[in-house]
Design a binder for this molecule. Structure first.
Ligand SMILES: CC(C)C[C@H](C(=O)NO)C(=O)N[C@@H](CC(N)=O)C(=O)NCc1cccc(N)c1
Ligand SMILES: [Ca+2]
Ligand SMILES: [Zn+2]
Length: 159
């Protein structure tokens, strides 16, 4: 099954990037999740210790027991694992990027919203307007990021 078998999910921000104020990271992550909860029955609850469904961390290169590695500045910006136990749902951001709350560097909210699409079961889309399109096109972070393709995709899993 491609999605989570429960609608009430927990998340934990395990560490914070020094690029941004903590409150701005919290806000970017919360908004990135709310993009998806706004079009599904999913809810997201933040916990500050223990194991959450979606463990969020900023990492570089080879990190922990993660089977995927980061590549330094640019290139890969993040990765997230599809729904499941353990690593499932976990979302990592490449700390070698310049994370921002505005248009400079890479906008954390936009990348997070994309990665959470994967954490909820979506794969990449070939629709150039889709948030799940493979490449980060510098979308306006104030513009609603979901395309109809994204909404159709997520609602086919959690409709
Ligand atoms: C093969 C994957 C591990 C690539 C990785 C990705 O898709 N993560 O979800 C990634 O960071 N892709 C870059 C593009 C690339 N350099 O391959 C990206 O910008 N993904 C995040 C993103 C953010 C916002 C919008 C979109 N469309 C994509
Ligand atoms: Ca990188
Ligand atoms: Zn992706």
């Amino acid at each position: 099954l491609p999605g989570w078998r429960k609608y009430n999910l927990t998340y934990r921000i395990v560490n914070y990037t020094p690029d941004m104020a903590r409150v701005d990271v919290d806000e970017a992550i919360q908004n990135g999740l709310e993009v998806w909860s706004g079009v599904t029955p999913l809810t997201f609850t933040k916990i500050s210790k223990g194991i959450a469904d979606i463990m969020i961390a900023f990492r570089t290169r080879v990190h922990g027991r993660c089977p995927r590695y980061f590549d330094g500045p640019l290139g890969v910006l993040g990765h997230a694992f599809p729904p499941g136990l353990g690593l499932g749902g976990d979302t990592h951001f490449d700390e070698d990027e310049n994370w921002t709350k505005d248009g400079a560097g890479f906008n954390l909210f936009l990348v997070a919203a994309h990665e959470f699409g994967h954490a909820l079961g979506l794969s990449h889309s070939n629709d150039q307007t889709a948030l799940m399109f493979p490449n980060y096109v510098s979308l306006d972070p104030n513009k609603y990021p979901l395309s109809q393709d994204d909404i159709n995709g997520i609602q086919s899993i959690y409709g």
